[in-house]
Design a protein around this ligand. Structure first.
Ligand code: ADP
Ligand code: MG
Length: 301
C-alpha cells in the first residue's frame, strides 16, 4: 500500500511508530505536513498540492490532525476522501470528536454512559445549571480544550459560580459536569481499532492533581477492563464513527462514564504501558479495509 500520513511534527513518537510499522509490513508511508497542503476544489477532479507538486495516488490516509488545526486539517482530509483515498478516520468523525458538546450529544443519543453534563448560554442561569449538575463540586470544561488544559475543578458553589460567570462573561462556551470523585484522580483509556479494544491503560494524575492526562504529569499502567467498560468503549467509537480512537472513561459508582473520545490518540503512553504493538494493529486494520472506493462519506458532511 501507499499510505499518506497527515501530520505536522514528523518526529513525534506516534508518527515515527506508524511509519516504522507500515514499512516493516512492506508499505510505503509519506509524511505530509497538513498545513502546507493546498487544494484545488475543481469539480470532479479534486486535487491536493504539496511542495509545489500535485500529490499522486494513495491507497490510504492516516490523519493525525492536531486540535489547533482541526478546521484546515479536516478540509485537507475531505479532499483525500473525495479522491476515494481510504481514511483511517473520516473527517466527519474527527470533526465530531473535537467538539465536546457535540460528542456528548451523540453518545447520549446512543445510550452510552456519561457524567451528568450541562450546557447553557446565559450566565444568568448559572445557579440552575449547577443544580442540574448535582451541585458543587463540579468540573467546568472548555468545549475545545485538550491535554487537560481548560478543565477546572470548582470545589464549592461559590467558586463554581464565579468560574462559570467568568467564562460565559468572556463568551467562552463551557460544559458543567458532575465531578466523579470516586474515580480518585484516575481515568481509563481504551484504545479502539476497528470495533475492538486492542489495549487499555489506567492513568493517574500527579500528586494533588484531579486530571490524569499524561501531559499534566500523570502516569500510566496496564489495566484489565470489565466487559461493561469494553462494550462502552466500543459503542462510543461506533457512535462517533471512528475506526481508531482513544475512549476516555471514569469508573463511577453508576458504572463506566465516557468523558471524551480522542480521534488522534497518542501511541507512546499506551504502547509503553502495555507493551502492545498498537501502531502495527493500526496498519493491519488499513490492510484489511483500505480498498479503493471504500470511503463511506467521500468528503461529505
Ligand atoms: P481533555 O480533553 O483536556 O483531556 P478531559 O475531559 O479528558 O479533557 O478531562 C481531563 C481529565 O480531567 C480527565 O482525564 C480526568 O482525569 C479529569 N476529569 C475530567 N472530567 C472529570 C469528571 N467529570 N470527574 C472527574 N474527573 C474528571
Ligand atoms: Mg482527555
Amino acid at each position: 500500500m501507499k499510505i499518506a500520513m497527515l501530520a505536522r511534527n514528523f518526529k513525534l513518537y506516534s508518527h515515527q511508530r506508524l511509519k516504522e510499522a507500515a514499512e516493516q509490513r512492506g508499505h510505503e508511508l509519506d509524511m505530509i505536513n497538513t498545513t502546507r497542503c493546498y487544494m484545488n476544489i475543481a469539480s470532479r477532479r479534486p486535487e491536493i498540492f504539496y511542495n509545489g507538486e500535485k500529490l499522486g495516488h494513495y491507497d490510504a490516509v492516516i490523519p493525525r490532525i492536531g486540535a489547533s488545526v482541526t478546521f484546515y486539517g479536516t478540509a485537507v482530509l475531505r479532499q483525500f476522501e473525495m479522491q476515494g483515498v481510504y481514511p483511517l478516520n473520516e473527517s466527519v468523525g474527527i470533526g465530531r470528536s473535537r467538539d465536546k458538546l457535540r460528542s456528548m450529544q451523540l453518545l447520549a443519543r446512543d445510550g452510552v454512559g456519561l457524567p451528568v453534563t450541562t450546557f447553557a448560554h446565559d450566565p444568568k442561569q448559572t445557579e440552575e445549571v449547577l443544580e442540574v449538575a448535582g451541585g458543587a463540586p463540579v468540573v467546568v470544561k472548555l468545549l475545545e480544550g485538550t491535554q487537560g488544559i481548560g478543565v477546572v475543578l470548582a470545589d464549592t458553589a461559590r467558586s463554581a459560580k464565579s468560574v462559570i460567570e467568568a467564562f460565559r462573561g468572556a463568551n467562552i462556551n463551557i460544559l458543567v459536569q458532575e465531578f466523579i470523585k470516586e474515580a480518585g484522580g484516575t481515568d481509563i483509556r481504551a484504545f479502539v481499532v476497528g470495533g475492538k479494544v486492542i489495549a487499555a491503560m489506567m492513568r493517574k494524575g500527579a500528586e494533588g492533581e484531579f486530571r490524569s492526562n499524561l501531559h499534566r504529569g500523570g502516569s500510566a499502567a496496564v489495566v484489565k477492563l470489565s466487559p461493561e467498560e469494553r462494550s462502552t468503549a466500543i459503542r462510543a467509537a461506533r457512535s462517533m464513527g471512528l475506526n481508531v480512537c482513544g475512549v476516555d472513561m471514569l469508573r463511577s459508582n453508576h458504572g463506566p462514564v465516557v468523558m471524551e473520545v480522542n480521534s488522534s490518540p497518542g501511541l507512546e503512553g499506551i504502547e509503553k504501558a502495555t507493551g502492545i504493538d498498537v501502531a502495527g494493529k493500526i496498519i493491519e486494520f488499513l490492510e484489511r479495509n483500505a480498498k479503493v472506493g471504500a470511503t463511506r462519506t467521500k468528503g461529505k458532511g
